[in-house]
Design a protein around this ligand. Sequence first.
Ligand code: TEU
Length: 581
Amino acid sequence: MQNILNKKWWHNKVAYEIYPKSFMDANGDGVGDLQGIISKLDYLKELGIDILWICPIYESPFVDQGYDIADYYKIADCFGSMDDFEQLIEETKKRDMYVIMDLVVNHCSDKHTWFTKALENPEGEYGKRFYFERGKDGKEPSNYRSYFGGSMWEPVPGYNDLYYYHAFAKEQPDLNWNNDEVVQAVYDMVNWWLAKGVAGFRIDAIINIKKDTSFPSYEPDGPDGLCETEKTVSGALSCKEGPSIGQMLSSLKEHTFARHDAFTVGEVFNLENGTLQEFIGRDGHFSTIFDFSLHLLTNCEHGWFAAHKITFRELRKTIFDSQLATQKIGFMANIIENHDEPRGLNIFLPEWIDREAGAKLLGTIMVMQHGIPFLYQGQEIGMTNMDFTTLNQYNDISTIDQYHQAIDRGFTDQEALSLCNTYSRDNARTVMQWDDTENAGFSTGTPWFHVNPNYKEINVKSQLEDACSILSYYRALIALRKNSIYENVFVYGMFEPAYEEYDNVLAFYRKSEQGGYALVVSNWGKSDVTITLTDEDKSLWLMLDSMSNDYRLSVALKNAIGQKEKKDQIILKPGQVCVYG
Ligand code: TEU
C-alpha cells in the first residue's frame, strides 16, 4: 500500500491547535502568551499531543486576530519576545514535541512596510508587490465580494479611480505572487523560521494566491451586486495565464519545506476535482490538508443565513465519502472544530445526546479515522459555544459582516443574532477553561475576551481529577491510537464503512494490510440499539467504551487490551461509542 511504503515521521502523531490569545496568560495582562503555552506543555504532552499548531503570533494590528501580519520576523509584544519563542522551541524539543507556525502569505497587514510604501507610490517597486488596478466604467475593477463583506477592491486614498485588491478585510491587502521579489521574500522568511527550529507550517488561505489578473466580473449573486469569493477563486484556478497554482506550490515546497523535511498542512478550500493527488499524494505540495467536508455541509461559505442543521445521514455519508475518496491518496488532517468554526458539540450532535457523551463520541470518530487528528484547544474537555446575546459582544470581523448579510437578506435582528450565536468564529475564541477560579484560571488580569460562564462545570482541573471525564477519555483514546502495537491498524489501516444497514449507527473498520483490524461503532439514535455482529466481528475484544470505566484499564495496561469476552451482539445506549479490536 502506497501509504505504508512511504512512512513519514508525522504519520503517527497527534496535533493540537493553539489560539494563543485565549490559551494561557502567564503575565497577567489578559492576553494569552508564549510563556503561558510553555507552562502547559506537560499538560499537552500527557494528553498525547506531539505537534502544536500555533495561530499567528507575529507583529500585527490584530484586525483579523493576527491573520494580518505587519512583520513576519517579529513576535507580537502581547505574546512575548523572540527569546520566549526560542525557549518554547527548546522546551518542546525536550519533550519530543514539534511546533508549526501559521504561514499567512496570501496577504499581509496594511501596516506592513511594503504596503505603507506601496501606498506612497502605487506605481513604484512596492506597489508591484500588491494588486493595484484602475476602475472599470467608473466603478471597481470587478464585482468581487470579499470574505468579510463588501467589495474586494478598496479605493487608494489620494488617487482617483485606483483600487487595491483584498480577498479578506481591507486591512489585509493581497500579495502579488507574480512578483519575483514577493516570492523570494516568502521563501527566505519560511527558511528563516525553519532554521529556527519550527517543524513546519499550517498554511493559510493558500489557494487564494493564484489570481486571474484580468479580473473578470461574474454574475452577481446578492443584493449588493457582487459575486461570492468562491467564484473568484475557482475562476482564478482555471485561468491559464501565468503559473498555475500547482507550479507556484511545488516551487514553494522545493525552495523551503522539502529542504527541512517539514510537516505542512494546507488550508485548502475549492480544491478542483481530481487534484488531491497533486496536493497530498506522493510528492504532493503539502504533507496534508484539512478535511473541511463536514464544515462545508452547513453551507457557511454562502453565508450563515443559508446554513442548515446537519442531519445524521448527511454526516455519516460525508465522513464515509471523504475517507474513501482520500485514504488511498494520502493523509487528510481531521478536525471537529478550529478557530474559524463553532464548537463541534453545538453543530454536529442531535439534541438528545448530552454534552459529555457527545464529546467522547465526536472525539472517537475523529481520532480513529484515517488521517492525522488535529484537536482544537478546549475540545478535549468538551468546551461549548458561548451564549452571545448582542452584536457588540463579538470581536470577530466576520461575525459582524455575517450579521449584516443576514439583515440585508431580510432576516430580523433576533434571527440574525441567533445565526451569529450558532456559527460565530468567536464561539471558539473564548478563553481556555483551566479551573473553576476567577477567569477560569486563564489570567489573573482582565481577559481580553469572554470567559464562558460554564467554566465552573467545564474545566481542565476537575476533569484531570475524574477518571471518567472527557479529558481522561481523550487521553485513553489518543494513547490507544498511538500504541505502537496497533500502528498498522489505527495509523495505516484502511477505513471501511460497517453496519450501514442500521439507521442511526455510525460504524467503521480500520483494517491493516497485515490482517489485524478494529471496529469503531456508535449509536446516534434516541434509543438503545442492538447490533448483531458478523461472525468475524464476534471474536473482537472491547478496547474502549465511552460509557464505562474500562478505558482506564486500557491506559493502565498501555497495550490497550480490554475485555476478552466473546459477544454475538452489542447494545449501545444513545451517544455511546465503542472501539473493538
Ligand atoms: O481562513 C480562510 C477562510 O477561508 C476563512 O475566512 C473561512 O472562510 C471563514 O473563516 C469561515 O467562517 C483563514 C484563517 O483561518 C482565518 O482565521 C483568517 O481570518 C483568514 O484565513 C484570513 O487570513
